[in-house]
Design a protein around this ligand. Structure first.
Ligand code: UD1
Ligand code: UDP
Length: 373
């Protein structure tokens, strides 16, 4: 019997799970490959929502999340948990995704065990060590440990080449987020019976601003200023309202509740499952976020996105005109929101659907490369 190639996929947070789900599905179609899943569970509830939706039953679960966890705690707990599994299981390849602390720790653990590493969504860069923090360093460190760099775009490939990665080690695949998105967006999706349906009925003919924030470098004062700009916007435009699925991080929750919690046109809700969330994006008038994944998804839905960050590693949609980088200061965020809500031309210019991140077949390309090597 021919030996199957053993591939272990490691992830820990919501966005990694969403973006690795198509890869797991594609690898599992290959008879020549045995694909196993390890979750560090750096996130718990937000990860489990995605595992359920995509019917992923992990082979190993480190269950490491702690309330208010530090970067050091995540790194050390993931590293030692993965060490034991890698020594016992000896996979041929470890696949990691993106730029979380799980990503970096898993790449390092695989390197210590002298196991080859494949990095999905490789090559994103801002060039600023502390923005986003710690993601820019996590992905650079992961690149240094990687054998197969699956770059989503040509820009990402160039970033890697500039750092000296041999071109034959870089494969441009598109971003698997588009695979997941296309499989999930559904114009027929029904919110019937949900809390959201009640909100829609109450807010008929109002314009919806969909908001998410969670970046570590935005915690505290930057988030406070962003929320104050949103509050001023609601006052200026009485026909607008906010739906805000609040990240589970207690440091995010505290400030959101303080600034926006009592406003009658702000709906603070729990993190949504992926399916209702992407279908909610499709209904939004505009999106304000510091999320990486949402910056990639919204352009293919033709939704304008204001990115409340100082840097972005995703310049493609900014160039296409559907995403605008607006920083985190009150004045600028408020004025950019006014520009979009008050100027129909400016708004229309940002609604052109564009798809710089992929065609929905990234996972298949990744699977073929793994199978051939
Ligand atoms: C992490 C990643 C970030 C990614 C983000 C996606 C790191 C350092 N950060 O940031 O790159 O963009 O996930 O959302 O890798 N919590 C829960 N339940 C959950 C998830 C989180 O209670 O399901 C709370 C816990 O108190 C936890 C805190 O949120 O300690 C922060 O979680 P953590 O994974 O450390 O950081 P994120 O900000 O979520
Ligand atoms: N998302 C979700 N439910 C929500 C908010 C976001 O399923 O309530 C999805 C979103 O569509 C995207 C991903 O989660 O695919 C982004 O995750 P997050 O913003 O937490 O992390 P980032 O992409 O910034 O690393």
């Amino acid at each position: 019997m021919i030996k199957r190639k053993k591939v272990m996929i490691v992830f820990g947070t919501r966005p990694e799970a969403i973006k690795m789900a198509p890869v797991i599905q594609a690898l599992r179609q290959k008879e020549s490959i045995l694909c196993q899943v390890i979750v560090t569970a750096q996130h718990r509830e937000m990860l489990d929502q995605v595992l359920q939706l995509f019917k992923i039953d992990p082979d190993f679960d480190l269950n490491l999340m702690k309330q208010g966890q530090t970067l050091t705690e995540i790194t050390t707990r993931a590293l030692s948990g993965l060490h034991d599994i890698f020594q016992r299981e000896r996979p041929d390849l470890v696949l990691v995704h993106g730029d979380t602390t799980t990503t970096f720790a898993a790449a390092l653990a695989a390197f210590y065990a002298q196991i080859a590493v494949g990095h999905v969504e490789a090559g994103l860069r801002t060039g600023n060590k502390y923005s986003p923090y710690p993601e820019e360093m996590n992905r650079k460190l992961a690149s240094a440990l990687t054998d197969f760099h699956f770059a989503p775009t040509e820009t990402a490939k160039r970033n890697l080449e500039q750092e000296g990665v041999p071109p034959e080690r870089i494969i441009v695949t598109g971003n698997t987020v588009i695979d997941a998105l296309l499989a999930t967006v559904n114009p027929e999706f029904s919110f019937a019976g949900s809390e959201l349906q009640t909100i829609f009925e109450q807010r008929e003919r109002f314009r919806m601003i969909l908001v998410t924030t969670h970046r570590r470098e935005n915690l505290g004062e930057p988030m406070r200023q962003i929320y104050q700009a949103l509050k001023s916007t609601l006052e200026t435009y009485p026909d607008t309202y906010i739906i805000f699925p609040v990240h589970k991080n207690p440091n995010v929750r505290k400030v959101v509740t303080e600034v926006l919690g009592s406003h009658p046109r702000v709906h603070l809700i729990e993190p949504l499952e992926y399916e209702p969330f992407v279908n909610l994006m499709a209904r939004a008038h505009l999106i304000l976020t510091d999320s990486g994944g949402i910056q990639e998804e919204a352009p293919s839905l033709g939704k304008p996105v204001l990115v409340v960050r100082d840097t972005t590693e995703r310049p493609e949609a900014v160039a296409a005109g559907t995403v605008s980088l607006v920083g985190t200061e009150y004045e600028r965020v408020f004025s950019e929101l006014q520009n979009l809500l008050g100027d129909e031309k400016a708004y229309q210019k940002m609604t052109m659907a564009s798809n710089p991140y992929g065609d929905g077949s990234a996972a298949l390309r990744i699977t073929e490369i793994i199978d051939e090597n």
